[in-house]
Design a binder for this molecule. Structure first.
Ligand code: KG4
Ligand code: ZN
Length: 345
């Protein structure tokens, strides 16, 4: 068994957790959303400063909540890529310092591998291979999970990530940041068939469409045009209907690609992860279509979908069990494909 203290500071949550293999012992998340909301999005400089201010207290709290001391910790981990460089640096430096101080191995973790491992926290019996539909503020990917550290990207977005599309459309509708939860709530009271919106498709040279890649920039522009047209007409904006139609289009597009991918690659389990996995429309769509094809769908609880350190600890514990540790010279990287995870060890 490996017990890891893990730190996640890749974006706007300061998170620390203690995880033993696939069991979460504590999960502290200090969200900066209230700070960034006044700017309408994440301000990198503000995010890193806020991590510095919050992290020490979060580390202490994670140990208290887990009712463990350093004697029970086998390793210290932090997200090292991808993410905001200044923010990553805060968590990574703290993890290295703790590792040196307490004579523990240090591990850098890939943020997306963490999102994949989130599913194991609620489904500890799950084993690869399976398909992960990873939909967050920064990523939209279909990942073939082969083993710890072994991934193949089968589909991705050509432009905006799904969460980014939610956030941008929310801004168009003058809703607050982050837009996903607000659109989700408004959509419950709207008609998803009110407006026909284009599901972005990625063209192939042979005239067909890419079966697994998505594109959301055209959809975002279509919502912009619709809003401009409705505002020009002088009527009150039917925000709930627009939210419901937009959400329906995104959910349909992601579901279609995930199901096609699982069937084509012979994978009978789809694990959905990332902040957009919280979306009620997406959950409904994926569940319904998967049932039609006898596929199993796993949605981690919301606390493990959005950014957290428990998922980072879960990934780190698996690597540590396999003897993987990172050199203390490991730096942060704003970008790193998930296929390159083993570079970190
Ligand atoms: O995974 P996450 O916490 O951070 C990243 O790694 O990006 O995802 C944040 C994204 C934001 O874009 C937010 O708007 C979106 O997840 N999100 C949602 C919902 N809850 C969060 N999108 C749609 N529906 C939701 N209920
Ligand atoms: Zn994330």
């Amino acid at each position: 068994m490996a017990c890891v203290l893990a730190i996640e500071t890749s974006c706007d949550e300061t998170a620390v957790a203690v995880v033993s293999d696939r069991t979460c012992r504590s999960n502290v998340v200090a969200s900066q959303i209230a700070v960034h909301r006044q700017y309408g999005g994440v301000v990198p400089e503000v995010a890193s400063r806020s991590h510095v201010e919050t992290l020490t207290g979060a580390i202490a709290q994670a140990l208290i909540d887990a009712q463990l001391d350093w004697g029970s910790i086998d390793g210290v981990a932090a997200t090292s890529a991808p993410g905001l460089v200044g923010s990553l640096l805060v968590g990574l430096t703290a993890a290295k310092t703790l590792a040196i101080l307490h004579h523990k191995p240090f591990l850098g973790v890939h943020h997306l591998e963490g999102h994949i491992y989130a599913t194991y926290l609620s489904e500890p019996e799950l084993e690869p291979p399976f398909l992960c539909l990873l939909v967050s503020g920064g990523h939209t990917s279909l990942i073939y999970v082969k083993d710890c550290g072994r991934y193949e990207i089968i589909g991705s977005t050509r432009d905006d990530a799904a969460g980014e599309a939610f956030d941008k459309v929310a801004r168009l509708l003058k809703l607050s940041y982050p837009g996903g939860p607000v659109i989700d709530r408004l959509a419950q009271a709207g008609n998803p068939q009110a407006f026909a919106l284009p599901e972005g498709k990625v063209s192939l040279p042979n005239g067909g469409y890419h079966p697994y890649d998505s594109s959301f920039s055209g959809l975002k522009t279509a919502v912009l045009r619709l809003v401009q047209q409705l505002e020009g007409d002088g009527a009150a904006l039917p925000v709930q209907d627009i939210a419901a139609s937009f959400q329906e289009t995104v959910a349909r597009s992601l579901t279609k690609r995930a199901i096609a991918c699982a069937l084509d690659y012979g994978l009978n389990t789809i694990a959905v992860g990332g902040g957009v996995a919280a979306n009620s429309g997406l959950r409904k769509h994926v569940q319904a279509k998967a049932a039609d094809h006898n596929l199993r769908v796993l949605f981690p609880p919301l606390k493990y979908c959005t950014d957290n350190a428990a998922m980072i600890g879960c990934a780190a514990a698996d690597h540590l069990q396999r003897g993987h540790t990172s050199p203390l010279t490991l730096g942060v990287q704003s970008r790193l494909p998930i296929t390159e995870v083993m570079q970190l060890y």
